[in-house]
Design a binder for this molecule. Structure first.
Ligand code: NAP
Length: 169
């Protein structure tokens, strides 16, 4: 499983239900990586998408205990149900490499232990009053950087950094 997230210098990811630093090239990179794959998100992240609608050309799975069954997406009531769904016949044509955890904070925290690759967009800025955070992978010895892009400049400076989980002894 993969995790994909845009963080600021303090690993903040959101404020008031919205993204901190939407950057066009980052959203394009997100689309390139997730297109035709499985995206897994929390109910609040679904609500933050344009019109609260699932992402086009991706198989959308939403974790929620409250959302009614909705056309065009799978709703899982627990992480156990998510794992059962991913192992089911419905997803027999996909592997765990095709699964992208796309947020938010609650879902990242629960599913990071199941992930082996993390695509982190590191924005060189510090958000004020952020209220949603991602675990700091630089403080987790099992996660190591395997690729770092050049520094790009948009509204903010940012780079794409790939982390991989290292096998533990
Ligand atoms: N920077 C980024 O790349 C990025 C990406 C995505 C999101 N975000 C930001 O993250 C923030 C949202 O994060 P969040 O933590 O508040 O919300 P969230 O993780 O998107 O959604 C939380 C909801 O998901 C459901 N849920 C979570 N775990 C569950 C489980 N084990 N079983 C069943 N349902 C479960 C619950 O829905 P119910 O209440 O319906 O049960 C819960 O209230 C926003 O600011 C958003 O913009 C940032």
């Amino acid at each position: 499983m993969n995790i994909i997230v845009n963080v600021d210098k303090n690993w903040a990811i959101g404020k008031g239900g919205a993204l901190l630093f939407p950057i066009d090239a980052d959203l394009k990179n997100f689309k390139r990586l997730t297109l035709n794959k499985i995206v897994v998100m929390g109910r609040k992240t679904l609500e933050s998408l344009p019109d609260g609608k699932s992402l086009k050309d991706r198989r959308n799975i939403v974790l929620s205990k409250t959302l009614p069954e909705t056309e065009g997406l799978h709703v899982c009531r627990s992480t156990e149900e998510l794992q059962q769904l991913l192992a089911s016949q419905d997803f027999a044509d996909m592997t765990s490499d095709d699964v992208f955890i796309i947020g938010g904070a609650a879902v990242y925290a629960q599913l990071l232990p199941l992930c082996t690759t993390a695509y982190i967009t590191k924005v060189e800025a510090t958000a004020q009053n952020a209220d949603a955070f991602f675990p700091n992978l630089d403080k987790m010895p099992e996660w190591r950087i395997t690729e770092t892009s050049e520094l790009f400049q948009d509204k903010e400076k940012y780079r794409f950094v790939t982390y991989k989980r290292q096998p533990q002894d």
